[in-house]
Write a protein that binds this ligand. Structure first.
Ligand code: HSE
Length: 426
């Protein structure tokens, strides 16, 4: 049987998963393809550490450029990560007309225009299925299965670490730090946990999904990002009392000719399908004008799920090589997207108000003057310090109007602490 040579760059957790997956399922994959993808070379600076997978002598080398330039390397799989060496490697491979598979979300979110441009210029393939959603083939769904749709909305739970933390805080009453430590132990967290909990990892993924769905590059700095650091257990509990669960959501919506792209914690109704996505699982709900709502669910990180998607991309590229149709599914982008600064949504507001007559009316009056309509309000019994928590759910309102109203409310001397403001989506 003919073979196709893969040059693997980066022999970390996912790299080892790819080597292992190709070994375990090699015969099956070869039978499906009619050719056999083989790991021809692996480049990693560390050529001695045992990764627990067998590698033939001479396959593991330290020089990535040598692997890319080797005329026998037919497909390059970049699993180095980061935006330095990985970028140079990918651009070099694409310039040589060699198809590339990458899982590098940060690189695509920051340099997508350059990388997609290089692939299109040389008429070769760039596949990046594992950059969003780990083992969930969401990228493929957007590039192929939903290609006939205008995408109206994407809602995604895209960070397993955050979803794990939120689930453990809500279901088991765990403090934030302990839940984060558990997620790190399980190998889901980024090396810098700030990337997860401050929402940046999700923002990278949101920018990639938005760019693909709308054929326009979404600059990362246009994505509004808030993470889950500092989220209070009290709000998780009040949200539950009101019939909601708090999730870190990526939101992509069309807003006229512009896009609304944001990442923040949001209250999701308990009956919404995304509310039942718990632990490290990820899910993406995509609404197409023809398909309606579609849902993609699975493991968003980890060695084997991520390797599954990387290998799936290799399989597709090998098909394109065999059928001499490189660039069969190009990433077409028409330039930078216009991203809105303001947007409309519903809000959960937790105010800390002095427990005296007319105070609630004063706060409600400020909201009313900013055009914000209250859908429901509950006053909880507070600690014995003269202040009480008042939780309000609003009807849809503009973000700027809400921010202005809260500035006014928080400046009143009857307010004991800054108001907590969370959005409601779903
Ligand atoms: N840190 C990410 C997560 C890994 O927790 O989901 C996958 O991108």
């Amino acid at each position: 049987m003919k073979t196709v040579n893969i040059g693997l760059l980066g022999f970390g957790t996912v790299g080892a998963g790819v080597v292992d997956g190709l070994r375990r399922n090699g015969n099956l994959i070869a039978a499906r393809l009619g050719v056999r993808p083989v790991i021809y070379r692996i480049a990693d600076l560390d050529t001695t550490r045992d990764r627990g997978v067998p590698v033939e002598k001479g396959v593991l080398v330290s020089d990535a450029a040598g692997v890319i330039d080797d005329p026998n390397t037919q497909v390059v799989v970049e699993l180095i990560g980061g935006t330095g060496a990985a970028r140079a490697c990918i651009l070099s491979a694409l310039k040589q007309g060699k198809p590339v598979v990458t899982a590098n979300k940060a690189l695509l979110a920051e340099h997508g225009a350059e990388i997609f441009g290089a692939a299109n210029a040389s008429g070769t393939d760039i596949y990046f299925g594992a950059s969003v959603g780990g083992g969930i083939p969401i990228i493929r769904a957007l590039r192929e299965g939903l290609a006939g749709n205008r995408i109206e909305r994407i809602l995604g739970i895209l960070n397993g670490t955050c979803n794990y933390i939120l689930t453990r805080m809500e279901a088991d009453g765990l403090p934030f730090e302990a839940a984060l430590a558990e997620a790190q132990d399980k190998g889901y967290a980024e090396a810098d946990p700030g990337l997860d909990i401050d929402g940046h990892d999700t923002a990278h993924k949101a920018a990639i999904l938005a760019s693909l769905a709308h054929g326009m590059i979404v600059p990362l700095d246009a994505v509004r990002v808030e993470g889950i650091r500092g989220l209070a257990k009290l709000d998780i509990r009040y949200a539950a009392d009101l019939g909601y669960r708090i999730k870190l959501l990526a939101v992509v919506k069309r807003a006229g000719g512009a896009l609304d792209v944001r990442v923040h914690p949001a209250l999701v109704p308990l009956h919404h399908v995304l509310a039942s996505v718990s632990g490290v699982f990820n899910a993406v709900m995509v609404r197409g004008d023809l398909a309606g709502d579609t849902l993609y669910y699975g493991r968003g990180a980890g060695r084997e799920p991520t390797a599954s998607t990387v290998i799936g991309d290799v399989v597709d590229i090998v098909r394109n090589l065999v059928s001499a149709s490189p660039g069969r599914v190009p990433v077409v982008t028409t330039g930078p997207a216009e991203v809105v600064r303001d947007f409309s949504t519903r809000y959960y507001l937790r105010m800390t108000l002095s427990d005296r007559p007319r105070v609630l009316a004063q706060a409600a009056d400020v909201l009313g003057r900013h055009g914000i309509s209250i859908a429901s309000a509950i006053q909880k019994e507070g600690p014995d310090d003269g202040f009480v928590p008042v939780v309000m759910l609003t009807h849809e309102a503009d973000e700027t109007a809400c921010a202005a109203a809260l500035r006014e409310i928080d400046a009143m001397d009857v307010v004991g602490a800054p108001t907590v403001r969370l959005r409601i989506e779903g």
